[in-house]
Design a protein around this ligand. Sequence first.
Ligand SMILES: [Zn+2]
Length: 125
Amino acid sequence: MVHESHKKTRKIPIWEIIQTFECADEAEKSIGKEWSKCTKYVTDEGSKVPYRCNRTKKRGKQCSAKMCLLYHCHNQKVTLFKNEAEHDHNNSSVKRGIDENAKVIINELLSDGIICFTFICSKYE
Ligand SMILES: [Zn+2]
C-alpha cells in the first residue's frame, strides 16, 4: 500500500518540449523505431501517450530515457516531449533483475520503514 503523503512528495519528472506538430500523423512518424508506445492516459491538457525505449525488455529494468506525446484537447496539434534522462539501456540490458543501484535505493527505502514492494517496482516503470 502506498501512503498518500508519500505519493505527493515523489519527484516530478521534468519534460522538455522537442516539437509541436500540426497533426498526430506527423508526430507519430517522428518517433523512431526504438520507442514503444505505452498506455494512453487522459490529462486536463489532453491525452498523453508515453513511449519507452525498447532496447530494454518490457518486464525488465527500463531505460531512463522516455518520450511522451500530448494530443491537445482543444486542437489537432500534438506535442512531443522528452524527459531529462539520458539513455542507460546499455547498462541495464546485460543485467537481469534488480541492479546494484536499485538495491541501494531499496535498502534506503527499507531503512526508512517503507517496505512496500509495489512502490519499489513502480519507481522503475
Ligand atoms: Zn534507451
